[in-house]
Design a protein around this ligand. Structure first.
Ligand SMILES: [Zn+2]
Length: 488
């Protein structure tokens, strides 16, 4: 028998052919369009074959190696993922309340919370869902175990792979997140009390008043200033002046309201850099701005990719790098000069935007620090379900207030991804550092300077080769900024 080993470039080209088809199906699924589960299954199997071929023949590039392990784990988990997706919608459902004439379920829970004025109703649903979710836990844990097994076959683990790609040690990452959670606690609790009456109609936040409820309500007073503005036009207008005019023509935007469309906005680089799609559903005027800006950041990160670059460099990106470009564009919406000059807001409204953004960022910090530390320990110490939930409960108590431990199983990221939430925290710290550099170098209207735009593009074009070692990653600057309020 004669075996020929294909070159890395040839394998990469094959990967791209099947990955783009799989992304197309995932895109359709998330966008609420018809999709084909059988096709997804067979594409995943083809990718398993290619991944095994890579793993048997090569050890470098490491990103390609680790991603091949990831692809195999994803394919092995696919049947369970589909089962969890279906079961969650039926199991996590209540007969007591309806929205749009249908029982409130896991998918419509946040929409119901955003509208329901009665906090007792919200508490009832919260308690019911927290009580029901452990029934799904065996499937969720089984899925994590598949990841653990697949990675261990190749001498790694989901945790080690994450750390390796982010150039961080476990201790360094752990301490960084601990500093964020502990540092955000005091200002967060102070400001939560300040806003409680306005957004909850009661004196204080309670365990069932979660991050998503606060985020859905805190921006209400801003809507009047944003309802006549179009977020797509605003994003396109400054980006085309910044040097991304040609990129914008490549970005397809879908803002239609389909029933099965994901409630949160997203961006898919189906083929990089030529087929990039942004999808969002109208929620409310200001939050539409934040979603659209965030997703356009992902989109120009993708269109900046260099089509000459090999597959692995264009497609395989550390998670915190993926979130860096989106977070950068989103952060402009709390940068006073941008709000005044570009969006024409008064000084007073600008301050209102900034205070409310800071509040949500602090809530994000305390909540995502608890999420992230629990997940780090989960992999490191091989927690059982009970240990994981107990630890999550302790961490919520440490960083903000005590939540029922099993709540993490209801989250849309924590049970579904091996390890993702630290990426957002890392990206926020990096972006703060980067925006400061931009201001130093190009002045306080850097988003109008073509040279600054070119720098942004150059770093975006690095894709999987983005240099993570040059950043200070000092959480202080970011924490300090989010802790500043006009009324404290
Ligand atoms: Zn993102």
């Amino acid at each position: 028998m004669c075996t020929t080993v294909r070159s890395i470039d040839d394998l990469g080209a094959e990967f791209e052919k099947y990955v783009t088809q799989l992304f197309e199906q995932r895109y359709n699924q998330t966008a609420g369009l018809p999709y084909d589960r059988n096709l997804m299954g067979s594409l995943s199997e083809t990718l398993v074959g290619l991944s095994s071929e890579f793993l048997n023949s090569y050890e470098e590039p490491r990103s390609f190696y680790l991603n091949s392990i990831y692809r195999i784990a994803e394919a092995r988990k696919l049947p369970l993922s589909n089962e969890i997706y279906d079961q969650r919608m039926t199991l996590i459902s209540t007969k007591k309340f309806q929205i749009h004439k249908k029982a409130v379920n896991w998918g419509s829970w946040r929409q119901f919370n955003a509208q329901s004025i009665n906090s007792k109703d919200r508490q009832l649903i919260f308690d019911e869902f927290v009580k029901k979710i452990p029934d799904l836990a065996p499937l969720i844990l089984k899925r994590f175990n598949i990841s653990r097994q697949v990675y261990s076959l190749y001498g790694s683990s989901p945790l080690e792979a994450f750390l390796e790609r982010e150039f961080l040690s476990y201790e360094k990452l752990y301490d960084l997140i601990l500093a964020l959670g502990d540092g955000a606690r005091k200002p967060f609790l102070q400001v939560a009390n300040h806003y409680a009456m306005e957004i909850l109609d009661k004196e204080t936040f309670e365990y069932f008043d979660d991050f998503y409820l606060a985020r859905a309500r805190i921006y209400s007073p801003l809507n009047t200033y944003f309802k006549k503005k179009d977020p797509i036009l605003a994003a396109k207008s400054f980006l085309s002046n910044w040097g991304f005019e040609n990129d914008l023509a490549q970005i397809e935007v879908d803002n239609e309201n389909r029933e099965n469309k994901s409630p949160s906005a997203f961006c898919f680089g189906v083929q990089i850099p030529n087929d990039v799609r942004v999808v969002y559903k109208h929620v409310s005027p200001f939050s539409d701005f934040t979603s659209v800006f965030h997703e356009f950041g992902h989109a120009i990160h993708a269109t900046s990719g260099n089509s000459e670059d090999p597959y692995w460099k264009r497609y395989i990106i550390p998670m915190s790098v993926a979130e860096t470009f989106s977070t950068f564009i989103e952060m402009l919406l709390q940068y006073p000069v941008f709000l005044q000059q570009e969006l024409g807001l008064s000084e007073e409204v600008t301050q209102e935007v900034i205070d409310r953004r800071h509040f949500i960022n602090l809530f994000f910090l305390v909540f995502y620090s608890a999420n992230s530390l629990m997940k780090l320990e989960f992999w490191k110490r091989e927690y059982t379900l009970e240990q994981a939930s107990t630890r999550f409960q302790e961490l919520t108590k440490r960083f903000f207030w005590e939540m029922p431990g099993d709540y993490w199983l209801l989250h849309h990221i924590m049970p579904d991804y091996d390890l993702y939430t630290p990426a957002y925290l890392l990206a926020s710290i990096r972006v703060k550092e980067w925006i400061n550099e931009m201001i130093d170098e190009y002045g306080d209207q850097f988003w109008k300077e073509k040279q600054a735009g070119a720098v942004f593009r150059d770093l975006a074009a690095m894709r999987g080769e983005f240099d993570l070692t040059v950043w200070d990653m000092d959480p202080k600057l970011y924490l300090e900024e989010q802790s500043a309020f006009s009324f404290l």
